[in-house]
Design a protein around this ligand. Structure first.
Ligand code: SAM
Length: 201
């Protein structure tokens, strides 16, 4: 799928993602994952800013990237309502260049499902974070339940076409294949939802 049509798809979903910021269970996972994020924070594929309510506003200075202008305009509004210090870049993560070894923390939630090459995206994150910098991932991927896993394979082609996401990625394999040092993982919802704490190498 070419990038323009992918961006159009995400532009159309921006209002839905803004509403999702109030989704309770997702909110609990975000809270659990993000409670100690601090310093110079890079958030990749920020969407509508759903993670902003879980940052401690006095402790973070956020650089937020997304290629969807509709998502970014909502994220900007969210940051200003919450008093989060943030600057925004309208860029494609897969071609983005940033100074290396710069960020104390990097956050990526519900985004590895969208990239052409998620391992390469994680390797970029690894380079953008300071050595030992903390990396926080909340991703959906292949279930540990075989029936659900089979369903995920089945719906994947339509899901990708409609929403721009892959539904059957093996997130643990992807994380382990990257240059990041995986510190801890937790899985919920029949293993579909992954919380991953990692460190840049
Ligand atoms: C499923 S949404 C998740 C948004 C947000 N992180 C959250 O947790 O609600 C995926 C986001 O990734 C962005 N995205 C996908 N591929 C991207 C890319 N290659 N470069 C920049 N942003 C991308 C989309 O525009 C969208 O905002």
């Amino acid at each position: 799928m070419n990038k323009e049509s992918l961006i159009r798809k995400f532009n159309k979903q921006a209002a839905i993602y803004e509403r999702n910021t109030r989704q309770r269970r997702l909110g609990e996972w975000r809270q659990r994952l993000l409670q100690d994020v601090e310093g110079n924070v890079l958030e990749v594929a920020v969407g509508a800013g759903a993670n902003f309510p879980f940052y401690q506003r006095d402790k973070v200075n956020v650089t937020a990237v997304d290629f969807s202008p509709e998502m970014l305009s909502r994220a900007r509004r969210m940051a200003s309502e919450l008093g989060i210090r943030a600057n925004f870049l309208e860029r494609d993560i897969e071609t983005l260049e940033l100074p290396e070894r710069s960020y104390d923390c990097v956050v990526s939630t519900l985004s590895l499902c969208g990239y052409e090459d998620p391992v390469q995206a994680l390797n970029k994150i690894n380079r953008w974070a300071k050595p030992g910098g903390r990396v926080y991932l909340l991703e959906h991927g292949m279930s540990t339940n075989r029936f659900l896993g089979a369903m995920q394979h089945l719906i994947n082609p339509a899901g990708r076409r409609i929403s721009g996401c892959h539904y059957n990625r093996d997130m643990i394999h992807i994380a382990n294949a990257s240059e990041l040092n995986i510190v801890k993982t937790e899985r919920y919802w029949n293993g579909i939802v992954h919380l991953i704490w990692a460190q840049a190498t």
